[in-house]
Structure formats: structure tokens, C-alpha cells
Design a protein around this ligand. Sequence first.
Ligand code: WTA
Length: 651
Amino acid sequence: MAETQQEIVSVLTEARVFPPPQAFSQRAHLKSMADYQRLWDEAARDPEKYWGDRAREELYWKEPFRTVLDWKPPHAKWFVEGRTNLAYNCLDRHLATRRDKPAILFEGEPMDRRKLTYGELAVEVNRLANGLKSLGVEKGDRVGIYLPMVPEAAVAMLACARIGAVHSVVFGGFSAEALQERMNDAGAKVVLTADGGWRKGAVVPLLKNVEAALPNMPSVEKVVVARRTGDALSLSGPKLVAWDVLVKGQSDVCEPEWVESEHPLFILYTSGSTGKPKGVLHTTGGYAVNASLTTRWVFDLREDDVYWCTADVGWVTGHSYVVYGPLMNGATTLIYEGAPTHPAADRFWDIIERYKATILYTAPTAIRAFMRLGDEHPRKHDLSSLRLLGSVGEPINPEAWMWYRDVIGQGRCPVVDTWWQTETGSIMISPLPGATPTKPGSATLPLPGIHAEILDRQGNPVPKGQGGLLFVTRPWPSMLRTVYGDPERYVRTYFSELPGKYFTGDGARTDTDGYFWLMGRVDDVVNVAGHRLGTAEVESALVAHTRVSEAAVVGRPDDLKGTALVAFVTLKQGHAPSAELKKELAQHVAKEIGAIARPDEIRFAEALPKTRSGKIMRRLLRDVAAGKQSSQDTTTLEDLNVLAALRQNDE
Ligand code: WTA
């Protein structure tokens, strides 16, 4: 990580403000900035009362908690002595009033459809929970989940929660090696998988990957296999069990395991800038309170919403905002298995039209990809059911924000740019759509009870307008509790920058209204001729150019300037790279931001190296830019060919 003694120069200026539409505010859970301010003050004045009240409202507690917070920095325990069960809160609690309401609407990539009501989902979960018990899975045991985006993924998570087992979902797009590394770190006893999943018309061979990893996963005693892509399962070996066979004849009733609030709920692996993936551990009560509350507030959930978060359950967004948050609120959550552009560029818009989806929550990388494909695809469809749009995963550039608002939201829908992390468990900085005026590219304000501050390395507040390090200075219920199996790394990564304060690893600034503008990871901050620049801002300027689709900017060591800026650029369809265009783009950045941000080198690329969740892997680009062979971990890279192609361009 780069040292940031000096200020980080912020170069993005964005003056547009969009107040919430009046009709939206009138019906919203939180209707005005006065509502926000009241809650904010309440939480700041007496955090324990505030969180205690929220916890009692959001969850059913079998045993009430006595202590709201036990904080021995950097270790927090929330809602101590309370007992609850998350599957109970997602299912049983709704059965009296929502038994026949769809909990999950599912569409497979090949257009197959399923609907699971709350009543039906509860039955599936209880049978699998009993099935897992019959395999010897007990409270505290780790269970791996390696499934496509099908309802079984949610069923599997909830079945684990029901019996107090700790799930660790591994994204279905990961390789056998990535699965193996994670399962071994977690010491998983059982892995739940499928024969395959559909992606871009082809089968992702999940079972084959599990079988390849199995000899090297000594802790795994059983593998439960759901049928998804084949006509019949052919299972060989004593460890493999068919899902159907396991649940057949199991009782529909499985008493929930009433776990203590701090009982681990899941481990989710996330890549750090160095070393092996970190097993981020979340526990039950605190996680659930924040996931439930933020889903209702940020998405302004209503009883009749058809809510669609496009994330895969392999990421934290899929945990909090596909499964747990919506189901705790008794909402209808839409799950789509496949690629956004299969069989055609309008698949997402087609889904929204057919299901009359009311809320769409997706990632900037997807939004920019859709922009690149052209407006004609969304324009072919009736998107009038949409009433709210959300974004998560990386800074959204104002250009993409505006396109999202105008073309997808047709100017009618508030856009919530939500900042959070695997480690935070739930949304931390975000507009409340009925209350907060939004600005394109800003995640706006921290939610009530969340103390986000921008500090320098000494812990001093950084003046408004100036970039610094983003910290969360007080504990919050859904914070990670540790790095699984490596408590040292927890302290080192998150609490050694400033003792007792959670370091996010992100750079940010606030504007004169106190709005937060995320500037990317701090290790993506570069020092050019003594000025620190958030590379995200240069990228934002580049993608504002009409011919540019995506851009990634990294630093390369430079004798003269310390660091030179290298921009990797992909162009929109129909535009060809040329020396002239390079010049034009460099000038464009200089004009948009200033000469200090003018890229020293622009490289055109067919594609940028990305993780499977769509984040550009800038650390790999840094090596390419510097002409170095990469010593970095590439296990999370979606397509190794992209890297090879970039290196070839080099020659
Ligand atoms: C980035 C995803 C700017 C940020 C929920 C963070 C964002 C990392 C935003 C966490 C946003 C996420 N604006 N940056 N709205 N949301 N990020 O763990 O750098 O996959 O630290 O969690 O994504 O990524 P993670």
C-alpha cells in the first residue's frame, strides 16, 4: 500500500444534484433528510440504545440479549446472550402471513422457471437441514456451497443456518484449485454442489471440479450433488450423494438450532492485495440486524416489490441482498442463473419486463457494459415497473450513473450508489432513496449509526474536499469478527493503521455537503509528480469520452515524475484504435481534470483483466504497465487470456 502522508488530490468535480422524486418520498419508509438526521442523532447520542432497539425490531429472539455491545477493541460482540436463528427469521416468521407469497422467483439461463413460495421454501430448507444432520453435520461444522445461481443455493445457505452449521459459499465460476484452497482453509465437512450450471449457453462443470479437488480436500466427508444440467446424475465414489436421494423421505420439520448471537454464520473468502484469500467471518445476530434493516431502508422495500439483485451468492452482495436481507423482510427475490447478454444483449431488460421487477441492484461494470452495447436494447422493453436502481462494487462514474438513471430508470427512479465491503457485511454509505438528494458518482452519506471518517495516517481528520483514508471509527453490528484461522491477520489488516479504528483500505473525500466520494482502493492511489491522484477519477474522465467503454489507470515507476500514469482503454463497438485517438483521449483527460492527470501512456485493449465479480485487477495491470512478469496471485482472474493479450500488445 502506498504511504499517504501527503494529501490525495481530488480532481473530480460534479455539480449535479437530484432530489428524491416527491411521489417516491411520500410513500417511503424514510421520507426526508429530517428523518435521516433524527435517526443519525439518536444513534450518535446513545449507540447502544439505538442498536438495541433496532435489533429487537428486526429479529425474533428466542432468548433476549442482555448486553448490546461488548467492545474490546478490535473485538466486538453484539447482542450478547441473545439467541436466535436466521432461517427462522427468514422463513417461519412469515408463514402466518406470507405462506403463499413468492419468496424466490427463479429463471434459469435456458429459460426454465421456478417459483418457491415462503411455505415451499421452508419445506425445502427443513428437508435439506434434516438431510445434512443425517450426514453428521453438527452445529459449528463448516459446509461448502459450490452451486450455480439456482434456488438450491439459497436453500443450502438457509439449511446451514437452520442447524447452526457455518456455510462458506465459493463462487461457481471459480476453479477446482480455488475451491480446494478455500475448503481446506475452512475445514469443510460437506460440500453442496450440482452437476453443472448454465453460463453463456455452455455448462460450467461444477461436479467435475469438485471431483478434481476431492482427493486434496481431506476434511470433506460427503459431497451432495443437485441435478441441474444433465438428464440424470452419474455419481461414482463413496463420498458422492445425490441431493434428491438425501432429502427424500426427510421430515418437513426441523427444529431450528437456537444459536447464540455471536455464533458464526458464514465464512466468505475475499482476495486481499497480497497473499492468499482471507476468510472473512460473520456471526449471526449483528449481521442479521444490519442486513435486514439496510435492505428495507436502502431499497425502500414494500410488500409488493419484485426485487432483483443481480449478484451471485458467491459474493457478499448475494449473501446480504439476494438471500438474507430480502427474505428477512418477507420480500420476493428474483434469481437469474446466467449471463447478462445470453442469448441476446437484452436479456436483463427482458427479465425486468416479464417479471415486472420494481428494484434493480447491479454493478457499475455491468452498467458500463450495457452502455457499450447501446440504448436500443433497453429501449425495446417496457421498464416502467422499475421504481428504484442500485449500484455496488466499485465507484460508479458519473457518466454511467447518468445513463443508468436516464436510460434504465427513465429519469423516474432514484439511484442508490451503495458503498460497503465483504467485511462490513451490509451497506454503510448510501442514499436513502426517499430522503437523500443524490449526486452522480457519490455514495452520499453514512447510514445512521455508521461513523465513517476520512483521516490521514496520523488519525487527523482531513479537510473537506481533500482525499484521505476511509475509516469506520466505531463498531457496528455486521462488522466482520475475524479472519478465519488467522486472528493476527484480522488485527494487522484492519486495525493496525490506527488502533481501534477499522481501516477500509479505500480512499475517499467529502464535499462541502459532507457527501462521500469514494476514490478507489488506497493502493490504487498514485503519486504523480508529488500529487496523489485517485486513479478512479482519471478512469471516470476517460469513460466520459464518447468512444470509450472501459478504462483502468495504474501507476508505472517513472524517473522524472516518480510515477507515470498508464491508461488501459477499451473502446465502444465500431471504434478503432489509432494514434490520433490516443492524443485525443490524453487531451480529453487534461481538459476534464487538468494536465496533472494526463495519462503518460494510453494502451488500447480488447478487454481488461477482471475478477469474476467484475472488478478490474489493477495490480496485474501495474505489472503489465511496468513490463514485469507478474508474481501476483491470479486465481481470481476470470480469463487468463486477457492478460496474455495485454502482454502481447506490449511487444
Ligand atoms: C469497492 C462489495 C465505490 C470498494 C460489496 C470496497 C465501492 C470494495 C462501492 C469492496 C461503491 C464497493 N463505491 N467503491 N458504491 N462498493 N466498492 O468486498 O473499494 O467485494 O472496498 O464488497 O469494493 O468489495 P467487496
